[in-house]
Design a protein around this ligand. Structure first.
Ligand code: CUA
Length: 323
């Protein structure tokens, strides 16, 4: 099989699933074509038979033909059962491989919590100073198995990065464990794969796979408190943030904002998207999102906080300075 043609997965779990899908696809397409061929052949033969004996009544097969047909049907039935059995075994064993691939104990653990409609991401660590909270974007080092501990705050969500692993349901009150390993650097889109309400489709995230040194740089930076405002404009923006209802839901480490209801915004500007993959992260989109979240993502828990037009620019300047 041509490697470059089929190898679109970038994780070992995804590769197993892809191989299974390719096998299923090839086998079932072949069977479909054979059945189609037989049906067409039969139609043609029957058509010719009618042309040759147009006046004869209904065609009765001879006992020998009857016997032969019976054998053909029995063999086909037996083959079908065998193939279905084989496919079931293949599917179950891939399921086992994917769920049981065990990582070395030293690997990193990331807690992913699905919540309507975004992803809470926490890098767990025994040392509380090294615990990192972020949202909708997961950075991991390439080639290292990562443990994902998944759960849900409300309804059932499903954590899925098609290029890296299979879907894993996140169920309220239960912790599911799975392993994720990326074989090459890149940015991989993830998506909630279980219908979870109005904005299910806007519950995306990114997995950013980096070489270990770049990952470490990212991690060290993320563990820092938020950037201090460098000018009057951003300082004013921070004051607005801390004075408004924003502070009731969000945390920005290094300030008085410490609420855990919405996404942690400490390094908000380093993230690629706003509102779980709904919008690209830039000043224009951010202004639109803050001014009227319900139009952009109807049903979102993001509150519409009254912001005067003169306050908007400093506020978004401040938030976009949180690299
Ligand atoms: Cu969460 Cu669909």
């Amino acid at each position: 099989m041509n490697q470059s043609m089929w190898h679109t997965s970038s994780g070992s779990n995804a590769a197993h699933i892809q191989q299974l899908a390719v096998c299923f696809g090839l086998l079932l397409t072949t069977i479909f074509l054979i059945v189609l061929g037989i049906a067409l052949l039969t139609l043609r033969r029957r058509h010719r038979g009618i042309e040759q004996e147009p006046l004869e009544g209904s065609h009765q097969p001879s006992p020998q033909t009857e016997d032969r047909l019976q054998t053909v049907v029995s063999v086909a039935t037996g083959l079908t059962i065998l193939i279905l059995f084989g496919l079931t075994i293949a599917s179950v064993s891939v399921g086992k491989i994917v769920s049981a691939s065990v990582a070395p104990p030293a690997s990193m653990t990331i807690q992913v919590t699905g919540t309507q409609w975004w992803w809470r991401v926490r890098y767990a660590n025994d040392d509380p100073r090294l615990v990192l909270d972020t949202a909708n974007e997961i950075h991991i080092p390439v080639g290292r198995p990562i443990a994902i501990r998944g759960n849900s705050d409300d309804v059932i969500h499903s954590f899925w990065v098609p290029s890296l692993q299979g879907k894993r349901d996140l169920i309220p009150g239960r912790t599911t464990l799975e392993w994720l390993q990326a074989d090459r650097p890149g940015e991989y889109r993830g998506q909630c794969a279980e219908f979870c309400g109005l904005q299910h489709a806007h519950m995306a995230f990114w997995v950013v796979v980096e070489p270990p040194d770049r990952f470490k740089t990212w991690m060290d930076h993320q563990l820092q408190p938020s950037a201090e405002p460098v000018d009057d404009q951003t300082r004013h923006g921070r004051d607005i943030f801390l004075k408004k209802a924003c502070i009731l839901c969000h945390a920005i480490r290094g300030t008085d904002a410490a609420a855990q209801i919405g996404p942690d915004l400490t390094h908000f500007a380093s993230r690629r998207t706003i509102a779980a993959g709904t919008l690209a992260n830039n000043k224009g989109n951010l202004a639109g999102w803050i001014a009227d979240p319900q139009t952009i993502k109807p049903g979102t828990r993001m509150a519409t906080v009254p912001i005067q037009s003169a306050e908007m620019q400093p506020l978004i300047d401040y938030l976009e300075s949180l690299k």
